[in-house]
Design a protein around this ligand. Sequence first.
Ligand SMILES: NC(=O)c1ccc[n+]([C@@H]2O[C@H](COP(=O)([O-])OP(=O)(O)OC[C@H]3O[C@@H](n4cnc5c(N)ncnc54)[C@H](OP(=O)(O)O)[C@@H]3O)[C@@H](O)[C@H]2O)c1
Length: 332
Amino acid sequence: MSFQAFVLDRVEDEPTGGIRRLDVDDLPDADTLLDVAYSSLNYKDALAVTGAGNIIRGDFPIVPGIDLVGRVVETDGDRFSVGDAVIGTGWQLGEVVWGGYTQRARVDAERLVPLPTDLTAEQAMTIGTAGLTAMLSVMALEEHGVDPAEGEVLVTGASGGAGGMAVAILRALGYTTVASTGSEDAHAYLSDLGADRIVERGAFDSGPSRPMESGRWAGAVDAVGGSTLATIIAQLQRHGSVAAFGNAGGHELHTTVLPFILRGVNLLGIDSNTCPNPRRTTAWERIASVLDPAVINRMRARTIGLSALPDAAAEVLDGAVRGRILVDVDEA
Ligand SMILES: NC(=O)c1ccc[n+]([C@@H]2O[C@H](COP(=O)([O-])OP(=O)(O)OC[C@H]3O[C@@H](n4cnc5c(N)ncnc54)[C@H](OP(=O)(O)O)[C@@H]3O)[C@@H](O)[C@H]2O)c1
């Protein structure tokens, strides 16, 4: 039986995408066939779908979508059985190998983890790479001694997918959370997610005034990078840590060693794409146990079908989306 997929091709060196009908025989080889239920639209997907970023490193044509959730239809391996519900995020999905914007996918079982029993497929993709990254960031802070009693934790890019997830997770774990945003209309949304205080993005984006400013943050989760991250490093309390996962504001980092050698602060890099499966599984289980379903629903901006991907991707790149976009692969 044929199925629908959003396929990216390259015409005169420009990526161009649209819905196509495919057969299972059209799918590239991998050991597990999935009936995909949902995917999501992340910043990286927006770059891939619009062609604004050089994200696709595999051959064209390719199905983008770095996230998917679905059920196993056939498998050659022994990690999963037919009927198991699984999540795939990162591990080159939608960048090198075919990803989640499709009703059927072939994926190697080693790229998949079980869907926690407490999460629905819809909730899992509302969370997606954004939520996994947020939880990995919080786990890294915990492992470096950032405890709720130590003081405030700053989250930048807070109205975005991963930032909002970090605010909600930190709140659920008892941290006092400060959300930095450039979106004035996101204040009520961020308070609803659990931000104790909201600060303007402009307070951070011109870089620190000196190598070490007064120590304000016990920890931070940074989606922005660039001069925002440089400011955070200069404002961390003694032995504080920042988990850095994003570059929404820039990829260069100009800082000094002084906060590191005089305050013992830590810069913790987070890469959800290649995070090993045992740690991923732990992170998903923790997400399922700490995030209230009502909060997950609040973070779902909307649900779209495959044909809406190009317009929605342009909105993501314009910074016009608050929260997460769920992709229902059964909708055209
Ligand atoms: N390392 C990893 O594993 C990993 C995983 C997921 C995402 N990422 C990266 O993390 C970043 C955020 O991802 P996301 O999915 O949360 O994206 P998103 O939903 O588009 O959110 C990004 C947020 O960053 C803020 N922002 C946008 N442009 C900015 C600018 N020029 N200066 C300062 N802030 C700006 C905005 O928040 P406010 O309006 O609230 O300020 C925006 O909502 C991206 O760079 C993405 O590539 C990395």
